[in-house]
Design a protein around this ligand. Structure first.
Ligand code: PA5
Length: 447
């Protein structure tokens, strides 16, 4: 279960720069309206709220086959890669270096940087590799291009068996990957209404979870609990409503449009990256939006905190605290003659990281910088599922307050179309002309 402490967002604690309880209360009607829309699944994009109840047997089946191989390679980008990457790095850190590692080594190729692909290929044996191609649309150039390359490579290496090494995770009806699946390649469905950045709890993330030995049902169980909590109609007891209202009001009334997500756990660093896509693509449109800022504590205390304390008053910091790190190291009784070290003797690393987190919250508050803290008991599949679902609901609610559609991404699509034009895809000739014209203009300002 997740806890939210927002005292350092409130006027009662940080003074004028905080928000009054009264102002929050004035959002009750609007927030409950938004909640009603979610409950009634008013928009197709809300299909993600049904994911916790999906049947995972086909995911488990596919994972069983993939686990017999030595390597697992995931091809995808954006929402088709950030979720699985977060699951991998949060739940099986240093996965490929583990001496006790069971199951395949895992690689995620989420870009079309050729040198990265070369490095990945140098680290695995293609003959012993299973490949998960993830694309909701089935037509994203980056993913499709790397799929084509890997397919040919595998075919050259193992012949006809190559097709059996792929699992295509895609729309159940549309797109080229679905067509290939209907010709016999193994596949998993991403439900129609579930968009890329809301898809982590679909087969997009669940297959990677199972391949690395994580029970996907645990992720879903955590999401179910978040569903109960985030869709509860009591404003003050619903952490998703309170958090969304705080983010929105801080931007509207205080000009705080940058949201720093600051987990005090290396394993949650990629959770910040996952959140960044969710927040940016869902909320940034029509001249509106909130800017996410990925971070990690304590590391960024020594890199960014100066700016957050004394720089422009445009940020809200959200701490992500972990109660139990499930590991600890006592700081031994050595070098006691040095003052800078003696006070640490007999304490632990978990004690230190928690102290740093608490101290940073207060230091920011003392400087009048609003911050809130989300606490999870530990980093496991259950609580990660809970966190994913929580932030998805917070995003939809914040989108409602801002008056934007949190499920589309028109500008991502435009970039995709211009690339199609440049790469010669049929039907996108006018897009190519646009890029060429822009090139001419750009050349005037080249030094
Ligand atoms: O959230 C989104 O919809 C996007 O960021 C997509 O995830 C990304 O563009 C990849 O698209 P696709 O899964 O269709 O390949």
């Amino acid at each position: 279960m997740l806890g939210l402490n927002y005292s350092f967002m409130m006027a009662e604690t940080i003074g004028q720069k905080g928000i009054t309880g009264r102002k929050l209360e004035s959002f009750r009607v609007k927030a409950l309206e938004a909640l009603e829309e979610i409950k009634r699944k008013r928009y197709p994009g809300l299909a993600f709220t049904e994911l916790p109840w999906q049947d995972v047997s086909s995911v488990k089946e596919a994972a069983k086959r993939l686990k017999e191989l030595d390597y697992f390679l995931l091809l995808g980008i954006g929402g088709s890669a950030l979720g699985p990457k977060c699951i991998l790095e949060s739940l099986s850190p240093f996965h490929n270096q583990r001496r006790d590692g069971k199951g395949p080594k895992v690689f995620i190729y989420e870009n079309v940087d050729p040198s990265t692909l070369r490095s990945i290929l140098a680290s695995l044996d293609i003959k012993k590799t299973g490949i998960n191609v993830i694309s909701k649309s089935g037509g994203t150039s980056e993913t499709v291009a790397s799929f084509m390359i890997l397919y040919e490579m595998l075919e050259k290496s193992i012949g006809r068996e190559a097709a059996g090494r792929f699992v295509l995770t895609t729309d159940p009806e549309k797109g080229d990957l679905r067509k290939l699946a209907s010709e016999g390649m193994s596949s998993l469905p991403i439900p129609p209404g579930v968009g890329g950045r809301y898809s982590v709890l679909s087969p997009v993330g669940l297959l990677t979870a199972e391949v690395i030995g994580v029970d996907s049902e645990e992720l879903l169980a955590g999401a179910k609990e978040a569903h109960e909590k985030c869709l509860a109609c009591n404003f003050w007891e619903n952490p998703a409503i309170v958090a969304a209202t705080l983010y929105y009001v801080m931007q509207r009334d205080e000009g705080r449009s940058i949201d720093v997500l600051l987990p005090y756990a290396d394993r949650l660093k990629s959770f910040s990256d996952w959140f960044c896509q969710l927040w940016s693509e869902s909320l940034g449109k029509q001249g509106k939006g909130l800017t996410p800022y990925p971070s990690v504590g304590t590391t960024d205390q020594h890199s960014q905190v100066q700016l957050w304390m004394e720089g422009p008053e445009d940020k809200v910091v959200t701490f992500l605290r972990v109660e139990d790190y499930e590991a600890d190291f006592a700081i031994p009784d050595v070098f006691g003659q040095y003052e800078g070290m003696s006070f640490l003797r007999g304490q632990t690393l978990a004690g230190l990281i928690k102290a740093e987190e608490e101290a940073t919250e207060l230091a920011l508050a003392k400087a009048g910088r609003p911050n809130m803290a989300i606490t999870i008991p530990k980093i496991d599949a259950y609580h990660l599922g809970h966190l994913f679902y929580f932030f998805e609901v917070v995003t939809v609610l914040t989108g409602h307050f801002l008056g934007v559609n949190p499920f589309d991404q028109p500008s991502v699509e435009e970039g995709k179309k211009l690339t199609f034009g440049l790469m010669g895809k049929k039907g996108f000739e006018d897009k190519k002309r646009e890029v060429v014209q822009a090139r001419d203009k750009k050349s005037q300002f080249t030094i």
